[in-house]
Design a protein around this ligand. Structure first.
Ligand code: BTN
Length: 333
């Protein structure tokens, strides 16, 4: 037999499904009692549970029940509700605290997790960045996400997924910050000159081809200045710092997942054909003098183009060269 608390939680979830359909619209008590097979005290108990989950609900016997706002918690039920993707995010593993969502997603992929499975966390204790760096991941402020992909294409095409992801992210962020969103090749998303988000793509392949790819995304959403370590205070930003208001992370994450799916389907079909001109439009490097470091190698030149494979084209003293990956420093703006 179910405990009365479990039964109330189940009722709260069913109530949520109904009132989430139209945020801001009123539902009468009698109407809901009938639909859910309970009485008004059952509805009130369900509302208290939803309030404890962070949903803001106005409930008055005379006016009915209205959902005012959603919680800003990265839960599977919150993320999946109205997500409407074809396969990305259909399986969600949401954690309060985890070492690294990329590590967890990788273990799950090894164990057979389906394409589109996502791992999200409120906090990472060992968040990883590119080039062995740490990705600072304080609790309840950012989005720390990993997506399991099982593309059919050859391993050589996997690196292009990073810039494709940067584009999906830039398109999403640009809705919040029109005209201020940039991609710093190969795969950082910036607002103005400061870094907002980073991408860590990891590939598992053998001689038969790709086993899986993990696309890891870290976005600074509601970080205040105090959330950044001193060394990042001047180079990083968050949506909250730019917009001077908090942003609902669930809505942002859902928009990103929808955009990501669109870009990924197009990428599987035609590579970067549909993305190429938009990647160039968002690029913060074109026309700039840059230094690209890759291992011990350093190349200086002017960034003049991004080709249809996502490579950065540099005009150097010895002619034009195409670069696939590296760490960029802008020398002249
Ligand atoms: C970068 O260095 O810019 C890439 C940062 C990638 C961070 C994300 S956060 C979610 C996922 N899990 C990790 O451990 N790293 C990636």
């Amino acid at each position: 037999m179910k405990s009365s608390h479990a039964a109330s939680e189940e009722l709260a979830e069913s109530l949520l499904v109904i009132i989430r359909r139209k945020t801001g619209e009123s539902y009468q008590y009698e109407q809901l009692c009938k639909k859910l097979g309970t009485d008004s005290s059952g509805i009130d108990a369900a509302i208290s549970i939803l309030a404890s989950w962070g949903y803001k609900i106005r409930a008055k016997k005379s006016e009915g029940i209205r959902l005012i706002s959603l919680p800003d918690a990265l839960t599977d039920i919150g993320i999946s509700s109205k997500l409407k993707t074809k396969f990305i995010g259909h399986i969600i593993h949401a954690y309060n605290s985890i070492k690294s969502t990329n590590d967890r997603a990788s273990q799950m992929a090894e164990a057979g997790a389906a394409e589109g499975t996502i791992v999200v966390a409120e906090k990472q204790t060992k968040g990883r960045g590119r080039l062995g760096r740490t990705w600072h991941s304080p609790s309840g402020t950012g989005i720390y996400l990993s997506i399991v992909l099982r593309p059919k294409f050859r391993p050589e095409q996997a690196p292009g997924l990073s810039i494709m992801t940067a584009l999906a992210l830039a398109e999403t962020v640009n809705i919040y910050c029109p005209g201020k969103t940039f991609i710093k090749w190969p795969n950082d998303v910036q607002i103005g000159k400061r870094k907002l988000a980073g991408i860590l793509t990891e590939l598992s392949a053998d001689k038969r081809g790709i086993n899986f790819v993990i696309v890891g995304v870290g976005i600074n959403v509601n970080h205040g200045v105090g959330h950044f370590p001193d060394e990042l205070k001047d180079s990083a930003t968050s949506l909250r710092r730019v917009l001077r208001r908090k942003v609902n992370r669930v809505e942002l994450l859902q928009s990103f997942l929808r955009q990501f799916e669109k870009e990924y389907l197009a990428y599987q079909k035609d590579g970067l054909k549909k993305a190429h001109s938009r990647i160039k439009r968002y690029s913060s490097l074109l026309g700039r003098e840059v230094i690209i470091r890759s291992g011990r190698k350093q190349t200086n030149g002017k960034a003049v183009d991004i080709d249809s494979s996502g490579r950065l084209i540099l005009e150097t003293e010895s002619g034009r060269i195409a670069i696939m990956a590296g760490e960029v420093t802008v020398v002249k703006n």
